[in-house]
Design a protein around this ligand. Structure first.
Ligand code: NAG
Ligand code: NAG
Ligand code: NAG
Ligand code: NAG
Ligand code: NAG
Ligand code: NAG
Ligand code: NAG
Ligand code: NAG
Ligand code: NAG
Ligand code: NAG
Ligand code: NAG
Ligand code: NAG
Length: 737
């Protein structure tokens, strides 16, 4: 509500401000480039429109006058200096063909036409765009083969997704020529031939998805350089080759791809045994080898896969015993060993697997007793077809109703991939993006061209919610340039902030430095918004119970305590607007440490203009110097806010929130202060409410020396609510990742 939609690139905001052009958002939220489109690009766009079938009229704005093309008038077009750099028209019902004239758009960086009904071939000329970074043509009806030109002449290509079309022919080896290519998705086509060896040599490829094609031959055994003496790091995290006609064995060299999280080779014709070398892949979460002809025994060193959640070996020719060490992989939730030739007993160690929710060992040659915990949890069809297995022998007569569908991974790991510490990547016009650890892979281009929505403005800058091309969301804070420190100092400080990890502190995941000194900070996006809106902007029917409020109070206190004791950071502006809530309503403090990125004079100004929100300790008006004690005061106000349900910014009878509460308590009408909805449970929680109120009033004592330190506040809160103290013991420990 009251939010501003800005469709388009951050990049634009940056470039335009740098050029000091008048920024005039025109209707529809597009931003003015101020330059008329070049003749060549105009002609090319006209030809592109001509060859498309535009049944929804989205290209109506692409009319005779070229004046509008680069000034926001033409739908889906973005320019720099009169040259088209992006065409973004997904989900527009566009049919017809993609014109070869697209090759005239020499500045094109991004072509996004996914989820349309385009047919005909992928234009050959796309391969001659030297600046092309992203090609998103998935979910169309494109046919013909992939032009070998693509990738060969586009040295900065980063992401190719032409999945779910009707492409045939072979995969050109040159696709992986760009040393920046990190995502290649050609799945769900009818591509044939074998997997190019060049893919195994790419040191940038992070996601390789070729499933559901007609690929044959064996998987090249040259992963990680194939013994060519190269000493590169390899990024491969996701490899999905399922549902093809691939033969040969599982390549041993895959074990060099130490970052792999998902391997899916199911529904192929793979033979031979599982190389024991693969146990080096300690980050693996999903291993799906089902429906092949893999033989030999299962390596008993597989407990090295400590992060495995899905293990699917269904319908192979595996023999020997099921290794009991699998019982050590505590997080595993799905095991399918059915239709193999395993012998011996089901290991007792499997009963340790608390998260196991799917289990199938049917149609093997297992014997002995089914561990009773397993026989309680899973029904007979999980054990059927093992003639000598007792305890839960299924009365089955054969393999009727045999399914060939592979167990689908449910962990959601597919698109969330991890990057290592501080990965840098270049951006537009010399910008620089630095990643700290975090769940998302994105490039500077992905970030700059994300769809952005303004969430709010503060003394330090403007916050946006940004949606990346792959649908992931992040929060981006654009800092006021004039007030930030110089680049070198800034980078030192921001690197320190990027290392701070605590469950109750909003994690800084990356920063971007633009060529003109623009500075963006990228944080996790918190879907539930701020505590302020959670408490004060909810519908009348929504009740927030006491345990939820107490959990938030404890979370905030833990986060603040970590800041004070482990990071030596004073927050200085703790408010309910600066506490964000994730999906599970866990509190995450934001906006801490930002003053370290600002110049001294900017900070003085900021503090001089702060206040009046009701969270500032009284002495701040004089001292202007935030301290752990002024933070304790703000925390006290927030706890009062949780107890009373009243926003501190609105004085009652001319008193601020702490004064109002104190006045009522003095009159011994204490129960009047609590939020009415808490009073329903008052008989059960009365003492907790009163003790929390006492503690909060202690925190807002007008005298700083009388206030407790945050560590003491935490200790007292945990004593008041001991049942919530335990999950804190875990949460309060600094998390290393
Ligand atoms: C071209 O389209 C724009 C945007 O729809 C419109 O404002 C303009 O009047 C049109 N010009 C002509 C010559 O049709
Ligand atoms: C690849 O494309 C397919 C089909 O569009 C999609 O389902 C899948 O999630 C994509 N895989 C990755 C890893 O991006
Ligand atoms: C691209 O890759 C192919 C095959 O991997 C190779 O033959 C060709 O020389 C490469 N082209 C460039 C420009 O690097
Ligand atoms: C895959 O190739 C086989 C022959 O090799 C052909 O019969 C089949 O139609 C192809 N499948 C697809 C989906 O193209
Ligand atoms: C190869 O990389 C490793 C780890 O990064 C490093 O320790 C080693 O010195 C490198 N070897 C060569 C020959 O560069
Ligand atoms: C397992 O996953 C956790 C959480 O994602 C991560 O911290 C840890 O490093 C992973 N373990 C390995 C061996 O990669
Ligand atoms: C596995 O199958 C291959 C042929 O595909 C065969 O050469 C090999 O001996 C078999 N290994 C075992 C252990 O049965
Ligand atoms: C793994 O499991 C085996 C058998 O269940 C057990 O003997 C061994 O101690 C476990 N190893 C670890 C590291 O937990
Ligand atoms: C079991 O699953 C729960 C919920 O997904 C998760 O929080 C927990 O960490 C898992 N346990 C292990 C041992 O991985
Ligand atoms: C099953 O195992 C037993 C020995 O445990 C063996 O005698 C029998 O031949 C095996 N049956 C099959 C079908 O492999
Ligand atoms: C176990 O696998 C068998 C054979 O593949 C299948 O028929 C049965 O439905 C599966 N049972 C469960 C619970 O997944
Ligand atoms: C303090 O936080 C509030 C709420 O987020 C914000 O509006 C204000 O600009 C911040 N003040 C300072 C000095 O950071």
């Amino acid at each position: 509500m009251g939010k501003n939609n800005v469709q388009g690139c951050f990049f634009f905001i940056l470039v335009l401000q740098a050029l000091s052009l008048t920024l005039q958002p025109v209707s529809g939220g597009h931003l003015w480039d101020g330059v008329i489109v070049t003749q060549a690009d105009f002609q090319a766009l006209r030809a592109i429109k001509h060859e498309m079938i535009d049944s929804n009229g989205v290209l109506r704005s692409w009319n005779d006058s070229g004046i509008g093309a680069c000034s926001g008038g033409w739908a889906g077009i973005k320019c720099v200096n009169g040259q088209v750099i992006a065409i973004q028209l997904p989900w527009k019902g566009l049919g017809g063909r993609i014109s070869e004239k697209i090759g005239q758009l020499q500045a094109l960086r991004k072509l996004s036409l996914h989820d349309n009904v385009l047919s005909g071939p992928v234009p050959w000329s796309l391969g001659f765009l030297p600046n092309l970074r992203g090609l998103y043509l998935f979910n169309n009806r494109l046919s013909g083969s992939i032009p070998p030109s693509i990738g060969n002449n586009s040295p900065v290509l980063q992401s190719i997704d032409i999945s779910n079309n009707a492409l045939t022919g072979i995969i050109p080896p040159s696709l992986a020529n760009s040393t920046r290519l990190y995502r290649l998705n050609l799945s769900f086509n009818s591509l044939s031939g074998s997997i190019p060896k060049s893919f195994t040599l790419s040191s940038s490829l992070t996601i390789l998805a070729l499933q559901h094609n007609n690929l044959s031959g064996s998987i090249p055994d040259s992963w990680g350089g194939g013994g060519m003496g190269k000493n590169k790091t390899f990024q491969l995290q996701i490899l999905t080759l399922d549902h093809n006609l691939i033969s040969g064995t599982i390549p041993v060299s895959l074990s060099k791809m130490g970052l792999l999280q998902e391997i899916s080779l199911s529904n192929n014709k793979i033979v031979g045994s599982i190389p024991s070398e693969l146990d080096g892949l300690s980050r693996l979460q999903i291993l799906d080898l089902s429906n092949n002809a893999i033989n030999g025994s299962f390596p008993d060193t597989f407990d090295k896969f400590q992060n495995l959640t899905v293990l699917n070996l269904k319908s192979n020719k595996l023999e020997g015993e099921i290794p009991s060490t699998i019982g050590n992989i505590s997080g595993i939730n799905s095991i399918d060993f059915s239709e193999n030739k395993f012998v011996g007993e089901i290991p007792d160690s499997f009963t340790k697997l608390a998260n196991l929710s799917s289990f199938n060992v049917s149609y093997n040659n297992l014997s002995g007793l089914v561990p009773s915990l397993l026989s309680k949890k899973f029904n007979s069809s999980s054990f059927a077809g093992n003639l000598q297995l007792c305890g839960k022998r299924a009365a089955s007569k054969g393999k009727n109703g045999k399914t060939t569908k592979a167990a689908t991974a449910t962990t959601g790991a597919a698109r969330n991939v991890e990057k290592g510490d501080e990965v840098e990547s270049g951006g537009e016009a010399g910008g620089k993006l630095v990643h700290f650890d975090g769940p998302f892979v994105f490039t500077a281009d992905d970030l700059l061209c994300a769809t952005a929505e303004i969430m709010g403005k503060s003394a330090y800058g403007t916050a946006y919610k940004a949606t990346l091309e792959d649908g992931n969301q992040v929060a981006v804070k654009r800092l006021r340039e004039k007030t930030t420190k110089g680049q070198k100092e800034f980078e030192t400080e921001v690197a320190a902030l990027g290392k701070i990890r605590h469950p109750n502190l909003l994690a800084l995941r990356a920063y971007y430095l633009g060529p003109k000194g623009e500075k963006l900070l990228v944080f996790d996006y918190m879907p539930k918004g701020s505590l302020a809106s959670f408490l004060h902007a909810r519908g009348p029917e929504i009740v927030i119970d006491w345990p939820t409020r107490m959990r938030i109070a404890l979370g905030v206190t833990r986060g603040l305590c970590y800041l004070h004791t482990q990071e030596n950071i004073v927050h200085g502006n703790l408010t309910s607007s600066n506490i964000l809530l994730d999906e599970q309503t866990n509190a995450h403090i934001t906006d801490f440490g930002l003053s370290r990125l600002m110049t001294t004079s900017a900070n003085t100004n900021i503090i001089a203009t702060a206040g009046s929100l009701g969270y500032n300790a009284p002495e701040l008006t004089k001292t202007k110097k935030p301290s752990t004690k002024t933070d304790a005061y703000s925390l006290g106000v927030i706890i009062l806010e949780l107890l009373t349900g009243k926003p501190p910014g609105e004085p009652t009878n001319g008193l601020d929130l702490p004064q109002w509460v104190a006045s009522i308590v003095k009159e011994e009408w204490t129960n009047e202060v609590f939020d009415l909805e808490l009073m329903r449970d008052a008989p059960a929680i009365g003492d907790e409410l009163l003790n929390t109120l006492k503690l909060a009033l202690h925190c807002v004592d007008p005298s700083p020396s009388a206030r407790p330190e945050v560590q003491q506040i935490l200790q007292q809160l945990e004593e008041i609510k001991p049942d919530l103290a335990d999950d804190g013991a875990k949460a309060a420990a600094p998390t290393s990742e």
